[in-house]
Design a protein around this ligand. Sequence first.
Ligand code: DGL
Length: 268
Amino acid sequence: MNKFPIGVFDSGIGGLSVVKQIMQTLPNEDIIYFGDIARIPYGTKSTATIREFTRQTVSFLLEKKVKALVIACNTISAVAYETVSELAGQIPVIDVISGGIDAIVNHNKVYKSVGIIATPVTIKSNAYQNGIRRHTKTNINIISKACPLFVPLIEEGLLDHPAMNAIATDYLEIFNQNKIDALILGCTHYPMITNVIQNTIHYKLDIIDPAINTSHILRHKLTSLNLLHPKTHTPHYTFYITDNLDKFIKLGEMFLNIALPNTHLVTI
Ligand code: DGL
């Protein structure tokens, strides 16, 4: 099983921010990515719908024989983690919310006040808020803000557009009024607009990309289960998406800085 790929999935292009970290942390691992672009956004849908879409995605990836599953979507992690782990059976499941919580609670600084930005479903689930409180002994102030329009703007590739700046100013105003020490990018799309976010908040703070710790947790898990790829080799990356092939390749190549020749359109 060591030579099997790692399955990574998201509702769209955002999970590539997790792929990027895995490529760096585990440079010998093959990756199969799945992005459900035809049905994005998940972050404004009902739990039942998200779980059904997730079931289909996980079945697709399990057929491809993956050795681990990485939920590269906070929304799915928040409301459908159990769905994934039930289907996965013995296959390890790693999720980005655990990565984000780990980044806060195991940081060398003690944060007094933390902000979370995410989709409406993730914020409403309280998964981050509860997870952080469970793991910190001190009283921590948490300010959360749902940012539903970031995802469609990013999927459209409008990373630098005036509309993005206007929306960011509106959403992030709360963090200019209430100073925080760290901000969790609680949606895997958001690392693509880190600059916009940093420039909109008028003071220095730690911007936490949960993908970094998620890739460390993944490495740890694969190591402890003896599942690391045994050889130094050029890894193989394959991408399956459910719509808009050309747009995905264009944005994906820009973001990952590599060519994406193995990208395929699929229906599930
Ligand atoms: N990338 C997904 C996340 O991390 C959200 C995108 C969506 O709304 O589907 O939550």
